[in-house]
Design a protein around this ligand. Structure first.
Ligand SMILES: Nc1nc2c(ncn2[C@@H]2O[C@H](COP(=O)(O)OP(=O)(O)OP(=O)(O)O)[C@@H](O)[C@H]2O)c(=O)[nH]1
Length: 311
């Protein structure tokens, strides 16, 4: 299996002529604009396409629930040159990580709008274009992680999972402490694999509906996120609670980091040109103060780790 890892830092800029990555990894389920005029009764020329409405991911999502021109469809796209596929130029891979049974597939299914359990058996990669804060972004959600394979024969494909993501969602079940421990280990593994990169990682405590079987407190999840410098949210795939917020949050985190990277690059180049000795001294002092205030920063982070709309 050859994975396109060229986009580890930059978003995949998919044009009509750009093939999307290997078929078995990219069996897409996607939102696509119907090329027919609104209200048309003509059959849709594009096949295969499931002619039905895609259920909204969540009430707060800024999709287009009333837009009849949007259709949910499946397609195999290893050699796609379908320009109508997405209006968005930015495509990001989001990799779901976590132990067996924590709810990864259920969360991915809600993202993809799969309403019946066995509707798409074997599917493990889903694509959907979301409009978040008025801007379109396409996410390819990969549910390909299999923890057991990390040590055995297919370790390379698991390794690839850790390398190709533009963002990571690490899921544990709030009813199973061992999955929480695994989530922490996964965070460490990720840190090792993607050391220098500022990629969004969201820790997700799923099955929040199972209140009586809870083994991991919300505070523990939040504390873990603070320690491991990632975002945190609790979800219930069963109740569709916070699932839209999760994927919208992923989009926001990707954008925020991009903006931040661009801004700091600009700042650095301006600094290089203009920085005087006094400024250098001031920057040095600032860094010293910042280090002293690290404990303060942890406090601030602990307040914001559950807010997926800020860095
Ligand atoms: N009560 C409850 N059950 C859930 C929730 N999410 C998933 N489940 C159930 O947990 C079981 C496992 O869910 P999956 O989505 O298959 O979990 P997974 O992480 O994909 O598991 P693997 O495919 O084995 O890695 C299924 O029976 C789901 O119905 C949830 O939020 N609440």
């Amino acid at each position: 299996m050859t994975l396109n890892t060229q986009r580890e830092k930059d978003p995949l800029q998919r044009r009509g002529s750009t093939p999307i990555p290997p078929a078995h990894f990219y069996k897409h389920l996607s939102w696509t604009r119907d090329p027919r005029p609104p209200g048309s009764t003509q059959p849709d020329p594009e096949q295969p396409r499931l002619q039905r409405r895609h259920p909204p991911l969540g009430q707060s999502a800024s999709y287009h629930p009333g837009d009849k021109s949007l259709h949910y469809h499946t397609h195999w796209s290893s050699d796609s040159d379908d320009d109508s596929q997405s209006d968005s130029d930015c495509v990001y891979r989001v990799v779901l990580l976590g132990d067996h049974g924590v709810g990864k597939t259920s969360l991915a299914g809600i993202f993809a709008g799969i309403t019946e359990k066995d509707e798409h058996p074997g599917e493990d990669t889903y694509e959907r274009t979301l409009t978040v804060d008025g801007e379109e972004t396409t996410l390819i959600v990969m549910d390909t992680w299999e923890k057991d394979k990390l040590q055995v024969e297919d370790a390379s494909s698991q390794d690839d999972c850790l390398k190709v993501g533009s963002a990571y969602v690490i899921v544990y079940s709030i009813t199973d402490r061992s999955t929480f421990d695994s989530a922490a280990e996964l965070r460490i593994t990720l840190r090792r694999t993607r050391q220098a990169e500022n990629i969004p990682i969201i820790l997700v405590g799923n099955k929040s509906d199972l209140v009586r079987s809870r083994e991991v407190a919300v505070e523990e999840g939040r504390a873990c996120a603070v320690v491991f410098d990632c975002k945190f949210i609790e979800t219930s795939a069963s109740l569709h609670h916070n699932v839209a917020e999760l994927f919208e949050g992923v989009v926001r985190q990707i954008r925020l980091r991009q903006d931040n990277n661009e801004a700091s690059q600009q700042r650095r180049s301006i600094y290089k040109r203009k920085e005087s000795l006094t400024q250098k001294a001031r920057r040095f002092l600032d860094q010293l103060v910042a280090r002293k205030n690290q404990r303060m920063a942890v406090k601030v982070r602990s307040k914001s780790c559950h807010d997926l709309a800020v860095l």
